[in-house]
Design a binder for this molecule. Sequence first.
Ligand code: OFO
Length: 158
Amino acid sequence: MITKSMQDAINEQINKELFSAYLYLSMSAHFEAHNLGGFAKWLRVQANEEREHAMKFFDHVLERGGQVALKAIDAPAGTWKSNLEAFKEVEAHEQMITASIHKLYEVALKEKDYAAQIMLQWFIYEQVEEEKNAAEIVSQLEMIDAHGTAVLMLDKQL
Ligand code: OFO
């Protein structure tokens, strides 16, 4: 059985993961509208992954006999001034999610919740990848002129 504080903390995280999906879906629509289909596709894949993350937490709460409490999801921004600005936001967002997962792990340690610790270890490693991918795109965008052909090459690669 999951403790109330672990359950509440995971429910908060479900909301954050669903907001991540919302944010990346909004960015995907923004890039599609700006004819950068590669960027849009990458973000759509990310949005689906975020929904899967939310569902992993959702299932964990249910499997442990807890109660899932879904909260309202904030509306994300709809436009970004530049490609770099959008991807810097992805990077900052993932850093915030990493910090949030680490806090969850601290709750699991405090509660001596070994099952949650094992489940959260997957997320801790997943965040290493998520941050690395975002940082790589930001640094590539920083290297290229935002209006040059290199942007189109990166878009194709994505
Ligand atoms: Fe769920 O990892 Fe990104 O936000």
